[in-house]
Design a protein around this ligand. Structure first.
Ligand SMILES: [Cu+2]
Length: 564
């Protein structure tokens, strides 16, 4: 037995490899929908590369920022970053921005197979093109699916203007209704009408990845049924489907089978969710991919799939059958809302998130036992500090009429409840015994959401809406897990600190860089002042309870109750 185990260990080791990339990030011109505009490319190429690795591999990406006029960063969406939280790529959270001319190395292990993506996590930058798919392969589980070929299918919205100007207008006082900019096009694989070759009777795995900044897409394969086999990075029991709804950053992995007797080439459509725009959607390029059977068959045409009847993701069951995380240790409530501020309109979590002067991870690493005190991080990052080995429940109450896709960095969570938003989203009140897990989930308009996860990896993790406009508007909170263990077990690479040095960003102390009086956060970047807008109730920090928690001190929000 021992000999067998040793052999297996050796055998397994021989497969773990290092995937090494050097990415020079800079501007080029591209016209994916026929309109030429500057886009952010990798090594002079746009669309940027697909990043592929095998489970267990170490990924090393050495970045050079050649943008000239902007800082940058790269986030690896859905990757756990266990033991490597400094590689998460979120500017102001786990790193300083990479300055123009700067270099920065990301190094992390990929431990769960599935469909992921990478994107800039700085200045609302990724809709300018700096995003791409990332696939972690596991040949054993892929072979078990019995597919003949694998395709990656990204879907996104696309703007003709660049983000810095769009963000300024969105957040500015002239945007009286807080309306996000409307994209000009949808894209599939960064084109209007790409093709996937299909042969009769063959089985194809499609990894469908939303890289949207705003738009939800309804996805349907004309006259072909899908079988869902994974949601985000979680394999699920096979589930037939004819229609999917993907919000920004969500992924579905599906299997389709080529028709035995195709009578034409068929469309794989990604319909922009116009139901979100009650005043109507301005003309946009709706996109479809060509399921190409070849020969003399008629070309595929766009058609509008229905907007009802999409799969309720809560009905999916993870293959690993992880049971409900019971015995909740921390129960946290957050309200999502519109609020008017002096600078214009913003959306808020408990308060609108404002990036601190010191990246929150660096504060957690350098403030000793005070790293358990929320005051050290400042109210404007909405800090929640949890011990390891606990079960956390987050309840999101959405007072806004529109839905929002919430993403938790670093781990998948169980979706245990959801209400509102119409029949497809109705939750009957019972908690599933084996809840669906994913890393990005939509809370419906005027609805609510409850998720649970285990704190099993010390680090600093954002929880935020993945509509990039709402990130810029502050719909973000920060989760800090066990800073004491973090200080003992992890470190910040020197090349990361070089970026801070070049930009004169402090790397130690509280949110203001104060290393002497850690609880003095008066010099930290402050929360946006809010004004009641007359439409919805602004309720910062309501409904927050922290229970069964022994060594937490609350200072950031005045009306949190703590039951020890
Ligand atoms: Cu949002």
């Amino acid at each position: 037995m021992t000999r067998l185990l040793s052999f297996c260990a050796l055998f397994g080791l021989s497969y773990a490899a290092t995937v090494y990339r050097e990415w020079d990030i800079g501007w080029i011109t591209a016209a994916p929908d026929g309109f030429s505009r500057p886009v952010i490319a990798v090594n002079g190429q746009w669309p940027p590369p697909l990043l592929e690795a095998n489970v267990g591999d170490t990924v090393v990406v050495r970045v050079k920022n050649s943008l000239g006029d902007q800082t940058t960063s790269l986030h690896w969406h859905g990757i756990s970053q266990r033991g490597s939280i400094s590689m998460d790529g979120a500017v102001g959270v786990t790193q300083c921005p990479i300055p123009p001319g700067g270099e920065f190395t990301y190094k992390f292990q990929v431990d769960v197979p599935g469909a992921y993506w990478w994107h800039s996590h700085d200045r609302g930058q990724y809709p300018d093109g700096l995003r791409g798919p990332m696939i972690v392969h596991d040949y054993e589980s892929e072979a078990a699916l019995g597919v003949d070929e694998q395709y990656t299918m990204t879907i996104s919205d696309w703007y003709h203007d660049q983000m810095p100007g769009l963000i300024a207008r969105y957040l500015g006082p002239q945007n009286q209704r807080g309306t996000p900019p409307i994209p000009q096009s949808g894209l599939i694989n960064d084109a209007l009408n790409p093709s996937f070759n299909i042969q009769p009777g063959k089985k194809y795995l499609f990894r469908i990845i939303s890289m949207s900044a705003l738009i939800n897409h309804f996805v349907q394969f004309e006259d072909h049924n899908m079988t869902i086999v994974a949601v985000d990075g979680v394999s699920v029991e096979p589930r037939p489907a004819s229609l999917l709804l993907l919000a920004a950053a969500q992924r579905y992995t599906v299997i389709i089978t080529g028709k035995e007797n195709p009578t034409k080439n068929y469309a794989a459509v990604a319909r922009i969710d116009d139901t979100r725009f009650p005043d109507g959607l301005p003309p946009v390029n709706q996109v479809f991919a060509n399921l190409n059977y070849g020969g003399d068959l008629a070309a595929a045409q766009y058609y509008a799939p229905p907007t009802i009847g999409f799969v309720n993701d809560m009905s999916l069951v993870p293959v690993d059958a992880v049971p409900l995380f019971s015995n909740v240790d921390y129960s946290v409530g957050m309200t999502v809302n519109f609020a008017r501020t002096e600078g214009g309109w913003r959306l808020m979590g408990s308060t609108p998130y404002v990036s601190p002067k010191v990246p929150t991870l660096y504060t957690a690493m350098t403030t000793g036992d005070d790293a358990w005190n929320p005051e050290v991080y400042g109210a404007s990052v909405n800090p929640y500090i949890f011990e390891s080995g606990k079960v956390v429940e987050i309840r999101v109450n959405n007072a806004d009429a529109a839905g929002h896709p919430f993403h938790l960095h670093g781990r998948e969570f169980q979706v245990v409840g959801r209400t509102g938003g119409g029949p497809a989203f109705t939750w009957n009140g019972s908690i599933p015994a084996m809840p669906m897990r994913r890393d990005t989930v939509a809370v419906p308009g005027n609805g609510s959401l409850a998720i649970r996860f285990k704190t099993d990896s010390p680090g600093v993790y954002l929880f935020h809406c993945h509509m990039e406009w709402h990130v810029e508007a502050g719909m973000t909170v920060t989760i800090i897990e066990d800073p004491s263990r973090l200080q003992k077990e992890q470190w910040i690479p020197d090349n990361h600190l070089e970026s801070c040095k070049a930009l004169n960003i402090p790397v130690a102390g509280n949110c203001a860089g104060n290393v002497e009086n850690l609880s003095d956060n008066s010099q930290c970047n402050n929360a946006f002042p809010t004004v009641h807008n007359g439409r919805v109730t602004v309720s910062a920090c309501t409904n927050i309870r922290v229970i069964a928690c022994t060594n937490i001190r609350i200072g950031a929000c005045s009306n949190i109750t703590v039951n020890t």
